[in-house]
Design a protein around this ligand. Structure first.
Ligand code: SF4
Ligand code: SF4
Length: 409
């Protein structure tokens, strides 16, 4: 097959998978006005929903929360049903997510929801660290500008939680210019609390030790059961007073790359709810049926032997699955220092979550590494404890670089 045909096939593969990810969208129901919404929000407190307090923030929130969404009606319905925390980010949907959430929240009492957004400043796309050639003043000015933009889009004066977005290096957590700008924004009333979103256990420990961060948004799910490493890190941070919000609860969404064997969503969410150090978990909710299903778990999170079987937990489990737990054991094994965990995240976004646009966004952070695995003709030096053939996955996801952005969703 020539290069042109290859490109066309690549586009088709990713487009097909992206569209498949949207296939469950249902028709929007009608929604009541703001005043009846207020009543329902108050009534929700009386339902048997399990609430947990987010560490030193004192926010009392249901154990399940809403991940970012561009469906205004779904956002309103989630609040009406009793959810309280909505998570989003400056980057998501090039601002469309925050704009939509801002519209959905307009007219609601400010204390009826908790809104969290994430921002990162000028950074080196290869390392995730601040740009070498930017001064602390430039970094902080840019960071502030992004926060102001987020506030405008959300139509509020003050966030509840402002996260440093996707910080996967403990050095970032200790950096003076980052801490200073976050603390100043908190003092100025641009946010009530500050936090960090991460996929990395070492960062969770660093956050807890630093003592200035109020909340951690951390990737965590049933795939951690065997090692318990993330559970330990989360316990450490919760005991230090941090509010803990879980993400990536579905552990890859599908067991297989063909997206035929879906992970049991109910069982996966119940698994994370068992850990009382996780105060709430943000979930991507695409349909009203999904919303109903997650709401039904809020007062009945008991995990059964059948749930555990669905999650393939136990000694005889040999399923590799799609989820990379970001343990980072691979980084030191690669002679070229390839950031394998980020490639695996990009791969997961494309194949497991059906979000090729997000996969390319993550891949963008890695573009200078894309050909290194191709040069390793005598085989990959990495042995992944999850059993991933990392070279094959990296070579595969590298194709996404060829697909124009407008073909991706
Ligand atoms: S690829 Fe394997 S070794 Fe590397 S971070 Fe993921 S699970 Fe850990
Ligand atoms: S093939 Fe393996 S050892 Fe070679 S660059 Fe890629 S990850 Fe590193």
């Amino acid at each position: 097959m020539n290069r042109k045909k290859n490109k066309t096939k690549n586009r088709r593969d990713f487009i097909k998978k992206g569209v498949a990810g949207l296939a469950g969208l249902s028709v929007f129901p009608s929604i009541s006005n703001a005043s009846s919404l207020k009543t329902e929000l108050l009534n929700a407190e009386e339902n048997k929903i399990i609430y947990r307090t987010m560490g030193r923030t004192g926010y009392k929130v249901p154990v399940v929360s809403l991940g970012s969404s561009t469906n205004e009606f779904l956002i309103k319905a989630a609040l009406k049903k009793g959810m309280k925390l909505i998570d989003t980010a400056y980057l998501y949907g090039n601002g469309l997510d925050e704009t939509t959430i801002g519209r959905a929240l307009t007219g609601l009492p400010r204390d009826s929801y908790v809104i969290a957004s994430k921002v990162y400043g000028l950074r080196d796309n290869n390392t995730g660290m601040p740009l070498n050639n930017s001064t602390p003043e430039e970094f902080q000015a840019d960071f502030r500008e992004r926060v102001e933009t987020s506030l405008k889009r959300l139509r509020i004066d003050c966030l509840d939680i402002l996260y440093l977005h996707a910080a996967d290096n403990p050095e970032l957590i200790k950096m003076g210019m980052i801490k200073d700008v976050l603390i100043e924004l908190k003092k100025e009333g641009k946010t009530k609390y500050i936090g960090v979103s991460t996929h990395t256990n070492s960062v969770v420990y660093a956050i807890a030790d630093e003592g200035i961060y109020d909340v951690i948004l951390m990737a965590y799910n049933f795939r951690d059961e065997e090692t318990g490493e993330t559970r330990k890190a989360i316990k450490y941070a919760a005991e230090a007073g941090c509010g803990i919000v879980g993400m990536k609860a579905l552990g890859g969404v599908f067991w297989d790359e063909e997206r035929k064997q879906r992970i049991n969503q109910k069982a996966a969410v119940k698994w994370i709810m068992q850990d009382e150090n996780v105060h709430t978990t943000i979930l991507t909710i695409n349909t009203f049926d999904q919303l109903e299903m997650y709401m039904s778990l809020m007062n009945n999170p008991e995990i059964t032997p059948e749930d555990r079987e669905e999650l393939r937990l136990g000694k005889n489990n040999t399923t590799i699955g799609m989820y990379c737990n970001q343990c980072e054991q691979c980084i030191s094994q690669c002679p070229y220092g390839t950031d394998v965990p980020k490639f695996m995240r990009s791969y997961m976004y494309a194949y497991a979550y059906g979000k090729p646009a997000k996969a390319k966004e993550t891949f963008h952070l890695l573009h200078s590494h894309k050909l290194l695995c191709g040069n390793c003709r005598d085989g990959c030096k990495v042995t992944c404890p999850m059993g991933f053939d990392v070279r094959r996955k990296i070579m595969d996801i590298s194709r996404i670089w060829e697909v124009p952005d407008e073909f991706l969703v």
